[in-house]
Design a protein around this ligand. Structure first.
Ligand code: NAD
Ligand code: MG
Length: 397
């Protein structure tokens, strides 16, 4: 088995980035790190760079560049800053690129990496949601491939019988249900940021933790699955499984259903993406089903978690509707973090923004692989979400 040698990590200081470097270390993989990039966490980026000696280290915020340079003084690591420097780092020749920036900001660098023909280990689900078909086409044309890192999609990728895709009847994404699975809507309306961040099974970045609490994370994942595995929207279902041991299932037309199981540890799907099409060994935490105890399942509570039907609506509208849903969600999550709106307002703002975007024709924007078009749609949708939010912000205060 041969692992890729030259690797880059976009978003190395986040939860997925740190887990990726952890996996390199725990497995003793002989990788040569080409580029490490971060948003604002200059201290951790410098620490990682001193340890892994990449060719380049890039920080998104230009004001932090002098600090990065000072911390890496005396090394020959090239330091740079800004969104275009991150894109440039993503294009530098590497065999494997971990796409782990959070949000729409990950799209341009992921597209740049895809254009280089590298294997893309994709954690940044927002880029697939906003530009799925284009991103997959760009990767294919360049001779590369997109391997999912999201645990549900990694599970499906592992059990999908690619020779019999026409015999797949359903993809079943499992969801933990998040911290508010058993809460009433009245209680959710008053949920605090700390309560929303307290995910029962996974330790993750702030944005995806809030997305898990609203179940918008599962909504984004439904869209991600439809694009990644070329399924119709009605073939993508969600099943609540609070223990997060079964990471997803594929149901076939002959009545067989295949599932993938594992401990809730992102280093396993990262290892699958790193070693693909082989498998690698590392001291992975083992699944002990006796210790785990009963595995339980329930239908999602769609009236408490309207995000799931918003995903179906966006897929049905087609075109750039998923990108509008994503932009509105990013704006609303940020506003919730800043205590400007209540928890239930997040999904309501996404729903209203989709409605406004449909009425004014934004949804009908022609989908192209042109990044500028999708960036324009994203910024128009953010503006609309901002206007929609004015009606909610007052109510919360
Ligand atoms: P995180 O917030 O912990 O880390 C995000 C990384 O992106 C950091 O390195 C940060 O510095 C960088 N970043 C933030 N804003 C940036 C910007 N504007 N430009 C450039 N870099 C920027 O997030 P995370 O939990 O590691 O998630 C990363 C991605 O992976 C998300 O898309 C998330 O949905 C997906 N994902 C995460 C998990 C998980 O377990 N954490 C699981 C599945 C999928
Ligand atoms: Mg997931």
């Amino acid at each position: 088995m041969s692992l890729p040698r030259r690797v880059s990590i976009l978003g190395s200081t986040g939860s997925i980035g740190v887990s990726t470097l952890d996996l390199f270390e725990a497995s003793g993989a002989e990788v040569e790190v080409v580029a490490l990039t971060a948003g604002r966490n200059v201290a951790l980026l410098a620490e990682q760079a001193l340890k892994w000696r990449p060719t380049m280290a890039v920080i998104e915020d230009p004001e932090l560049l002098p600090d990065l340079r000072a911390r890496l003084q005396g090394t020959n690591i090239q330091c740079s800053a800004g969104a275009s420097a991150i894109e440039a780092a993503a294009s530098v020749e590497a065999q494997w690129v971990m796409s782990a920036i959070v949000g729409f900001a990950g799209l341009a660098p992921t597209l740049a990496a895809a254009r280089s023909g590298a294997v893309i280990a994709l954690a940044n689900k927002e880029s697939l949601v906003c530009a799925g078909p284009s991103l997959l086409r760009v990767a294919k044309l360049a001779g590369g491939v997109v391997i999912p890192v999201d645990s549900e999609h990694s599970a499906i990728f592992q059990v999908l019988d690619s020779l019999n895709l026409d015999k797949v009847s359903r993809l079943i994404l499992t969801a933990s249900g998040g911290p508010f699975r058993t809460w009433s809507r009245e209680k959710m309306a008053r949920a605090s940021l700390d309560e929303a961040l307290a995910h029962p099974n996974w330790s993750m970045g702030q944005k995806i933790s809030i997305d898990s609490a609203t179940m918008m994370n599962k909504a984004l994942e439904m869209i991600e699955a439809a694009y990644l595995f070329s399924m119709r929207p009605d073939q993508v279902d969600v099943l609540v499984h609070p223990q997060s041991i079964i990471h997803s299932l594929v149901e076939y037309a002959d009545g067989s259903t295949l599932a993938q199981l594992g401990m809730p540890d992102m280093r396993t799907p990262i290892a699958c993406a790193l070693a693909w099409p082989d498998r690698m060994s590392w001291p992975a935490p083992r699944l002990d089903l006796v210790a785990t105890g009963p595995l339980t399942f329930e239908a999602p509570n769609e009236s408490n978690f309207p995000a799931l039907s918003l995903a179906r609506q966006a897929l049905a509208l087609g075109g750039v509707a998923p990108a509008v849903l994503n932009a509105a969600n990013e704006v609303a999550v940020e506003a919730f973090i800043q205590s400007r709106i209540g928890f239930l307002d997040i999904a309501a703002i996404v729903a209203d923004t989709l409605g406004v975007a449909e009425t004014c024709g934004l949804i009908r924007t022609e989908v192209t692989s042109d990044l500028a078009t999708i960036q324009q749609v994203d910024s128009d949708a953010r503006r609309m979400a901002g206007e929609v939010m004015l009606g909610y912000a007052g109510r919360h205060a």
